[in-house]
Write a protein of this length. Structure first.
Length: 196
């Protein structure tokens, strides 16, 4: 197997970790694999989630928003983990490196929210965003969700490309369900219809 092929290999370990293999050295030894684990939210992840999300919003994208402006992040269990909703974290060495959530908005529809990945783990090497989204889509399909909606800011250009690559369609604000919670920073909206 060539080094470029090894970089593309992803295995699921029995413990739930995704093992990303790195290219081998000339002697054939594999360089430091990184283990990524996707888990449903637990209160032990609370601080890591706040640190990750607020840091990305404020420092990378210069959005004037704080944890206080996002009370859902301080009550994840009661806000997200009910009905067809849930909240997942991506962990590396038990550190939160990514998040994604679904909020049940009724009528077999959900809002995709809080999709964030630490800068060092973005892109095709680790595939953290794709793995989180796949977990979310599996959850939604198993619960017979009909539609997934999301809002995002104009600054998240890489996120726009990611959603469009994953079959989300751009929609107008008027096309959102009445129960969709619009954040003040969101101006671009997407929908994915799930085939049951």
């Amino acid at each position: 197997m060539t080094p470029s092929n090894q970089n593309q290999l992803l295995r699921r370990k029995p413990c739930g970790y995704l093992l990303r293999k790195y290219p081998s050295t000339k002697s054939g030894r594999e360089l430091n694999p990184i283990m990524i684990k996707i888990k449903e939210f637990s209160s032990i992840h609370q601080t890591g989630i706040l640190d990750l999300i607020v840091n990305i919003q404020q420092n990378e994208f210069e959005i004037a928003i704080t944890a206080k402006d996002q009370p859902d992040l301080c009550d994840i269990e009661n806000f997200y983990q009910k009905g067809n909703g849930n909240f997942w974290v991506a962990l590396s060495c038990e550190k939160v490196i990514g998040t994604i959530s679904l909020l049940d908005i009724g009528n077999d529809q959900v809002a995709l929210r809080k999709m964030f990945v630490a800068k060092a783990y973005r892109g095709g090497v680790y595939k953290v965003a794709q793995t989180l989204l796949n977990e979310l889509l599996n959850w939604a399909t198993a619960r017979r969700v009909k539609g997934i909606y999301l809002g995002t800011t104009p600054k998240f250009l890489a996120a726009h490309r990611f959603y469009e690559k994953n079959r989300f369609d751009v929609i107008s604000k008027k096309s959102l369900p009445e129960s969709f919670p619009i954040m003040k920073v969101d101006t671009k909206f997407y929908r994915m219809e799930l085939k049951l």
